[in-house]
Design a protein around this ligand. Sequence first.
Ligand code: HEC
Ligand code: HEC
Length: 347
Amino acid sequence: MAWKVGAAIAGLLGLVGVTAGLGSGGDPRRAGWRDSYRPPAEIPFPSENPYSAAKAELGRRLFFDPILSGDGTRACATCHIPDLAWGDGRARAATRMQGDMDLRTPTLINIAWQDGPLGWDGKFRSLESVAAMPMTSPANMNLPMADALTRLSADASYAAAFATAFDDPAITRERLEAALATFERLIVAGPTPFDRWIAGDEAAIGEPAKRGFDLFNGRAECASCHSGWSFTDNSFQDIGVGTGTDIGRGRLKPTSAALRYAFKTPTLREIGKRGPYMHDGSVATLEAVIDLYDRGGIDRPSRSRSIKPLHLSATEKADLLAFLATLSTKTDRDLTTASFTTTVPAP
Ligand code: HEC
Ligand code: HEC
């Protein structure tokens, strides 16, 4: 099955004999950089939770079903909204009591390739382990695990779906988590102009975007953290942002000076429609993100050594923005659900 899913990605990106090619002009290192953005051949599934269509379909149903909330008003998809690049467009996620949580809802795009800890501060050890927290949290979905299992067992169609997915009728926490994670691993970045350029189509993106790509990989050092096909090395870094109250990964690793104020490096896929930005939604626009990097953020001992004032010209800022725009399937917000779910097997 893994092979079939892998084939689906290659088909989606239209990869006919991938070659980075030798671009005309630009930084002499450009061709080498382009090579590092080639898409993987298939979606990785852990051996403890291998792919199956029945499990993925069960996970999809659970993800969109408010049955997993105490009062039946919230599903995972209430915040991880396909049309909003699997985020919610808010600065910080909404609590059940009309308030704000401390953190912004992250996208789930390419979550299968996040092989390290998850969450902005890395509090989750695996994708499987995430779901129980939003589901049972009183401020969020507010459904105790035991109640969830009772509810699902009482629903004949869920009982049948679990029995098919796991060859056994018992509905357990581990199976609920395994099904959700299997579905989430199918949330794969859609084909963008950038991917067509990587596959060899020189005309897929414009000259400003190509210059922006050179800057991103060269002088601006963005790719030292936002590297590879998913635009993240899954590391935790202090880029000098935030109000100073949330110390991020530093909470979990108090002895590491470098991890104070460190947050997960996010993917940049669909970045144009994922604002407001950062773990706390504190940066409103992409222009403001570029200005932040240009200033070098808050200078403090934990700030990454790759972050420093860049002194970008107006043209260089525009080039970086033109490059970031090529990482979206569409540049506007009117994206249809279909364009994000093409790799997810139909029900
Ligand atoms: C109220 C909005 C909300 C709901 C509902 C919600 N989430 Fe989230 N999700 C968040 C926020 C906020 C975070 C960041 C949490 C953190 O970093 O500690 C997050 C983080 C995650 C992550 C980690 C992503 C990453 O890049 O590290 C996964 C996976 C995830 N959620 C899956 C789910 C699943 C599965 C459900 C349903 C069981 C769900 N979420 C329900 C808001 C929500
Ligand atoms: C030292 C590692 C590092 C470097 C270098 C770096 N970034 Fe980031 N980037 C991060 C981290 C970590 C975050 C999230 C920070 C947070 O939420 O507090 C982030 C956030 C972002 C965001 C917002 C993403 C979101 O989902 O909110 C954008 C856009 C971005 N970076 C673009 C860039 C660009 C463009 C450059 C180069 C000018 C760059 N980054 C350089 C690590 C880095």
